[in-house]
Design a protein around this ligand. Sequence first.
Ligand SMILES: Cc1cc2nc3c(=O)[nH]c(=O)nc-3n(C[C@H](O)[C@H](O)[C@H](O)COP(=O)(O)OP(=O)(O)OC[C@H]3O[C@@H](n4cnc5c(N)ncnc54)[C@H](O)[C@@H]3O)c2cc1C
Length: 406
Amino acid sequence: MSRPQVAIIGAGLSGLSLALALKRQKISCTVYEGRAASFNIGGAVMLSPNALKVLDALGVYSRVRAKGFNFETLEYRDVDEDLGRVREVYEFGGEQKYGYKALRIYRHVLIDELLAMLAENGISLKYSMKFKCVVKDTDKQVTWEWADGTQQSASLLIGADGIHSTVRKYLYPDLAPTFIGMAGITAAVPTSQLKLPDGYHIPVTFMTKKYGAFVIAPQEVDGSEVLIGKQKRLEDRGKEEWAAVLADKQSLVEFLQQNAEEFPEIVQNAVTHIPTDKINVWPFYIVPKLEKWTSPSRRVVMLGDAAHAIPPSAGQGINQAFEDVYMFSLLLAQAGKVAMEKALTFWQQYRQERIEQIMALNKQIDLRRMPSDEKTKDEMEDMNLEWLYLPDFKAVVDNWLADQTA
Ligand SMILES: Cc1cc2nc3c(=O)[nH]c(=O)nc-3n(C[C@H](O)[C@H](O)[C@H](O)COP(=O)(O)OP(=O)(O)OC[C@H]3O[C@@H](n4cnc5c(N)ncnc54)[C@H](O)[C@@H]3O)c2cc1C
């Protein structure tokens, strides 16, 4: 494969960051988004050092660092034992240890910055372009159809079209994401409403055996607003029914307020007044492990949530997508010098191993946050997260390339 012309389906965080990463490698691309314009689905994401290192390499980090809330740890407090004893401190970042503090940033702020960078770099982004299906996929190029029936070709088609990916249907026509029976119900309130005691650490999650967990996480640059949230068991349902759940704001407020008296005072304060405009419902869907992220010709590739949507316990969803994007761009820059079949096989294997490690971490985190009598001593031992936050993806690719030419 010589220098490809790349079509990216989806202008979410994966698609936009990929466009920038390819530009850095002097690979031309166009991003196609099905919606008519950039859309704010609301909410903030937490970025950890592994992803921030990628965003730094793409020139994004320096532009967004001061636009979000920088922090290092999350506290887990046990409400059943001693009304709020700190059970665990989980590192989400660390300037000294991992090179970066964690960053909690509104998704739309990050998207807007990426959009500005695409414009500055002259990268083409076209809205109202809804991908429908692949019609021809050969050694030379891939041709696909848009929802309006027209066709187009490129040397590479990238599915960055999220958890309900249509590009994925080409490789897995029958696969539907699995709902894990749980949705996050979240809202945003002013931090002052919590009446936080001096020195009280947030982000914090309060855990109870009977009433589940209650999350409080600062957002806005100065932490002046907090996300509050709980998880709710729900049945799976279609898109319209999920929209109806979100539309019923009163029930969502009542759910957040339910059993508040069983939690410490700051939770009770948090739910006294809940504005309905920032309420969100986040159904937890996952994509099971997929054997292939590319078509046999290697001209159709999936990444981000399209390839591996994972449960939220370790907060690694988008962080892992940024890793995909960066390594993919470094390898694609070698087109013409190394066989792309080998490069993409290496890419998927490396990335899949990371995803499996995250899945194991998710499990470990879920276990640790269960009531203490359900845990063994081993499970409470310190968690070493260097494998997650410290890898140098450029060095990983360079080492692999060196092995190919040795
Ligand atoms: C409420 C919430 C909170 C989250 N918090 C965190 C967090 O703190 N940390 C974290 O790491 N992860 C978090 N995640 C997960 C994270 O948001 C996802 O992993 C991430 O958004 C995946 O990005 P993506 O670009 O792959 O997909 P998406 O963000 O889904 O983007 C896909 C894009 O493709 C477009 N598209 C879809 N179909 C088509 C089509 N047929 N044709 C053209 N365009 C199409 C869509 O319109 C969309 O713009 C959170 C998710 C949610 C919902």
